[in-house]
Design a binder for this molecule. Structure first.
Ligand code: SF4
Ligand code: SF4
Ligand SMILES: [Zn+2]
Length: 182
């Protein structure tokens, strides 16, 4: 899928997560949408579940990945009658603060929340596509793909360029944890 295909989807709130994450830049979403069996298998083995269970089509869709199926923020936002956590009077609460610090692909979460409030989710989606787009071939890349998954360009996108150190550290530690568990 190229960037213009992605932009056609941009008015769809399904891709603007309640927490402020950008669903089209998620590895689970990309693997599901493109039916990328190798990526699905890799993620499934990381979570220790089946390939079917890791499929995700976005925070507000009916098909959600293992983490997002159990998300406290979606339930809480629903109870409070807000579409995004950033619209909540207690934002950022301890739940979302803990969530944000746990993984580097969430680095922009609070900035995204503020942007969604300021300019609306449609415009925020459009500007965020650019953050995850390969400068060389125009494909969307997930935060943990340091090189572009299509053309190999490094860094794979602006998000990775800005957060490379934290992403590399996380991947190294995650690899070590997996080895220890084997
Ligand atoms: S389900 Fe929860 S963690 Fe997943 S994208 Fe939506 S708000 Fe964020
Ligand atoms: S209390 Fe926290 S999790 Fe719940 S809607 Fe507000 S910011 Fe989101
Ligand atoms: Zn590329």
């Amino acid at each position: 899928m190229n960037n213009s295909d992605n932009l056609k989807d941009s008015a769809n709130k399904q891709f603007a997560a309640v927490c402020g994450l950008f669903c089209p830049g998620c590895s689970l979403y990309i693997a599901t949408k493109e039916d990328d069996k190798e990526r699905l298998a890799r993620i499934a083995s990381m979570f220790g579940v089946s390939e079917e269970e890791v499929k995700c089509l976005g925070c507000r869709s009916e098909v959600k990945g293992p983490y997002c199926r159990m998300c406290k923020m979606v339930t809480c936002a629903d109870e409070r009658g807000v579409e995004f956590c950033a619209q909540c009077t207690d934002y950022p609460c301890e739940i979302i603060k803990d969530f944000q610090t746990a993984m580097p692909h969430r680095a922009d979460l609070f900035e995204s929340g503020e942007r969604i409030k300021e300019i609306g989710f449609e415009t925020w989606l459009q500007e965020t596509y650019n953050e995850y787009t390969c400068g060389q071939c125009g494909i969307i890349n997930p935060a943990y793909d340091l090189a572009c998954r299509k053309c190999g360009n490094e860094p794979s996108c602006s998000f990775v360029e800005r957060n490379r150190g934290a992403i590399e550290k996380y991947l190294l530690e995650a690899g070590q944890r997996m080895q220890e568990e084997e």
